[in-house]
Design a protein around this ligand. Structure first.
Ligand code: IPE
Ligand code: IPE
Ligand code: MG
Length: 255
């Protein structure tokens, strides 16, 4: 069962070219940045940018499904974002709650599987409940796996992995000499997913901002000046086109 909303018209043409030219990244991760600046440019409150950003999420999720991208990880709220003004945080949480509630049925009928990474228990209970329901409803789908990074910190992910590995060593269940890349991977919150092939950041910032750290060892980076609310399907096609023009060497020499 593939995505049930098929592309049409110019969209279909764009997608067919991408599919013909090269590989579609199996896993795309996106740092969705620039909502505040988008709003500021229009003299609007920051939340208006977050609001418009949800429309970009909807568009990108739909197109990823059509292109048969297997995994899409979206950095929606970082652990460090809790330090923003209380008002912005509470409006963001409300927006998140409504977005999940409004989109859930459409995601489900499009075959999307919703997952989360990050410290979900720090989110308001009402948001947690929506997330639990949406992940439960969509869990047996076989389309795009959409992973929302919420209250996520790449450093915390690694710290937690170190704690659980240390515990196994202390309990005599794991030999120190057996610790390798695979064991570390299996103790991260992303253990069920392959590493991202393509990492996109919008709004032009050249930094990771505590998103995935371990997992991006060989991801291709694509940074665009577009602000997240302006990042729609055509911008994604461009990012994938750029990805397809790269030579991934993984430390080896040209083949
Ligand atoms: C990204 O947009 C959304 C979140 C971090 C929640 P920002 O809110 O960071 O927007 P800018 O970077 O201030 O423009
Ligand atoms: C990264 O953006 C977090 C998300 C997109 C959710 P930020 O706006 O929080 O990052 P900085 O502050 O520019 O590094
Ligand atoms: Mg930002």
């Amino acid at each position: 069962m593939k995505s049930r909303v098929k592309a049409t018209g110019i969209d279909k043409e764009h997608q067919e070219i991408l599919l013909k030219v090269g590989q579609i990244p199996k896993h795309i991760a996106i740092i969705m940045d620039g909502n505040g600046r988008w709003a500021k440019k229009r003299g609007l409150p920051r939340i208006a940018g977050h609001h418009e950003g949800v429309n970009s999420v909807r568009d990108i999720v739909e197109v990823c499904g059509q292109l048969d991208v297997k995994y899409l990880t979206l950095f929606a709220f970082s652990k460090d974002n809790w330090s923003r003004p209380k008002k912005e945080v509470s409006l963001l949480m409300r927006l998140l709650l409504h977005a999940i509630r409004d989109e859930r049925d459409k995601l489900h009928s499009n075959g999307v599987v919703l997952k989360t990474i990050g410290n979900i228990s720090e989110l308001p209970t009402a948001v947690q409940d929506e997330l639990i329901e949406a992940t439960e409803i969509t869990k047996n789908n076989d389309g795009l796996i959409l992973i929302l990074a919420l209250s996520y910190s790449g450093k915390s992910d690694i710290t937690n992995a170190i704690k659980s590995i240390s515990k196994k060593v202390a309990d005599g269940k794991l030999d120190i000499e057996k610790i390798d890349d695979e064991i570390i991977k299996m103790n991260l919150s992303t253990k069920n997913y392959p590493d991202p092939d393509l990492l996109i950041r919008t709004s032009g910032e050249m930094r990771i901002s505590n998103f995935l750290l371990w997992q991006i060892a060989y991801s291709e980076f694509y940074i665009t000046n577009l602000l997240w609310p302006d990042f729609r399907r055509n911008a994604l096609y461009q990012a994938i086109e750029s990805f397809q023009s790269r030579e991934r060497r993984f430390g080896m020499v040209s083949g």
